[in-house]
Design a protein around this ligand. Structure first.
Ligand SMILES: [Zn+2]
Length: 220
């Protein structure tokens, strides 16, 4: 049985809720819906949780599942939250910057100004993870920050996506900067294809998450 963890509420008062499965072993966090215009990330992770994890609860690991990090953005179909902030640029990392090149990456008026950012920070404080896998959609790839190269290789070997350490442009205030670089947590940004899943999409990516879980059960 998973337990419910309240992590606050969004600007528009939607509850920010995670679920935790398991009580032993290393802790792994699974997030999706950080960007509200990437609903396929939520669809995938919710499917994985319901159809795979709850059906075959792994023994030696604790999993925190936070499927709708940015419910207001998901409701509106926008990347940003209801304040126009890109949550993945709002983390209080050492490299946070008050300005962004593009409006869609607006980092907020101050670091950690947004309730969705604080929700993830609270989850990290209360359930310190050895690894975080945050599911997005874009050009398919397995991007990693912090000490996550081995984990990224295992995931990429299964889903066949390209492995990237740098996403191609600076991402100050990102989850990877905050948790990966500043806190030395393994952080994977799993970019799934946008829109129509290509054939083998489910098998590749659910298989990849199982490989990640097996690896983390052993190595933390
Ligand atoms: Zn994204």
């Amino acid at each position: 049985m998973a337990s419910i963890v309240a992590l606050g509420e969004s600007i528009k008062k939607a509850p920010l809720i995670a679920e935790v499965l398991g009580e032993s072993g290393p802790i792994i966090h699974l997030y999706s819906g950080v960007h509200g215009d990437e609903p396929e990330s939520v669809e995938f992770l919710t499917g994985f949780w319901k159809r795979e994890l709850l059906e075959n609860v792994p023994d030696n690991i604790t999993i925190l599942y936070f499927p709708e990090v940015n419910p207001d953005g998901l409701e509106a179909g926008t990347r940003v939250n209801a304040n126009g902030v890109d949550i993945n640029r709002n983390f209080p990392s050492k490299n946070w910057e008050p300005k962004s090149v593009e409006k869609k990456n607006y980092p907020g008026k101050s670091p950690a100004s947004e309730p969705e950012t604080k929700a993830i920070m609270s989850a990290i404080d209360r359930f310190p993870p050895s690894a975080i896998i945050s599911v997005h959609t874009w050009i398919p790839q397995v991007n990693f920050d912090g000490p996550a190269e081995n984990l990224a290789k295992i995931i990429a070997a299964k889903n066949g996506y390209v492995l990237t350490e740098h996403i191609g442009y600076p991402t100050p205030g990102s989850l990877g900067a905050f948790a990966g670089y500043d806190r030395n947590i393994q952080v994977i940004t799993l970019e799934l294809p946008e829109h129509t899943p290509v054939s083998g999409y489910w098998e590749r990516n659910s298989g990849a998450l199982w490989e990640a879980i097996k690896y983390l059960e052993k190595h933390g």
